[in-house]
Design a binder for this molecule. Structure first.
Ligand code: PLP
Length: 292
């Protein structure tokens, strides 16, 4: 089956889906994106992804390319045309096309809008149940990573280092020794008394949609949660560690470079939260596409 992408008003086969060479997303990373998990044909936390897209665009003063209802209709159509039941929907909005010059274009230009759907999402259940390795990498990103910008070069380098270390993810650490998050996931630790700790929302992390949902599910389940910075040393001594993200769901971490976390097996809290998250996505219904 050939894949269909949406590019600035047209549905095109991937090989014909191209953007202008002076698209500012291409030249300056002057664009933002969202990746939504499609589960049983339905989007996970669609309204929250739209809200974060709005935040990213507002911060960069890029207008929404169309109404949120129209955007939702386009997203549904891309998922439908690609017959995605389990996969991801990538959406990118950029400032648009203009002669190369760093300030915003003096005359308003139309924001660019691209969507690509992909089959298959995240690590297998076997991988999740075994737990994964992460590798420590310096967090060398810019000061506004709460904006989901396509400027991902530090993440690319960290993820490449992870691939070379045969690790699933990079664990990003600031010069002060604190863990911020993963290259494409939020990071959590669990203390001996089963308290969950994750970095607070700030300009230093991406406000993960999965992070927010897992936090809600964990609160409902009665877990104590502390949103505070934690150091790499604290993480290494933790009872459990896990990642959350659109494609990872809740993913136990059992190894940080050559050090194991606790006994090297996924912890009961991580597995419990993963199951609660799976129950949550399995219970989605047609209202999942509803706008905010
Ligand atoms: N942190 C970073 C840097 C990410 O790139 C991502 C997702 O791509 C996340 C966290 C997790 O966010 P979400 O749960 O919205 O996928």
């Amino acid at each position: 089956m050939s894949h269909v992408a949406y590019v600035n008003g047209r549905y095109l086969p991937h090989k014909h889906a191209t953007v202008h060479i002076e698209d500012r997303g291409y030249q300056f990373a002057d664009a933002v994106y969202e990746v939504t998990c499609i589960w049983n044909g339905l989007p996970v936390d669609h309204a929250s992804h739209l809200a974060r897209l709005r935040h990213s665009l507002t911060q960069l003063r890029i207008p929404m390319p169309c109404s949120e209802a129209a955007l939702t209709a386009l997203q549904r159509e891309v998922v439908r045309r690609n017959r995605v039941t389990r996969g991801t929907l990538y959406l990118q909005v950029g400032r648009g096309v203009a002669t190369r010059n760093q300030p915003f274009p003096s005359k308003p230009v139309k924001p660019s809008l691209v969507m690509v759907a992909k089959h298959g999402a995240g690590p297998s259940e076997v991988v999740a149940q075994a737990g994964v390795k992460v590798t420590v990498q310096p967090d060398i990103r810019w000061g506004r990573v709460d904006i989901k910008s396509v400027g991902l070069l530090p993440n690319v380098l960290a993820k490449q280092a992870a691939a070379e270390a045969k690790a699933f993810e990079a664990l990003l650490v600031k010069p002060d020794g604190n863990v911020t998050e993963g290259g494409a996931a939020n990071a959590w630790i669990v203390t001996k008394d089963k308290t969950l700790i994750t970095h607070p929302l700030s300009n230093a992390i991406l406000g993960g949609i999965t992070r927010a949902t897992v936090m809600r599910l964990a609160k409902t389940a009665g877990y104590q949660i502390q949103e505070r910075a934690f150091s790499l040393d604290e993480a290494l001594a933790a009872k459990e560690m896990f990642l959350t993200g659109t494609t990872t769901f809740v993913l136990p971490v059992v190894q940080v470079d050559e050090r194991t976390i606790a006994n090297g097996s996924p912890g009961s809290v991580s597995l419990d939260l993963r199951q609660r998250y799976l129950d949550y996505v399995n219970a989605l219904d047609d209202t999942a596409w509803a706008p905010i």
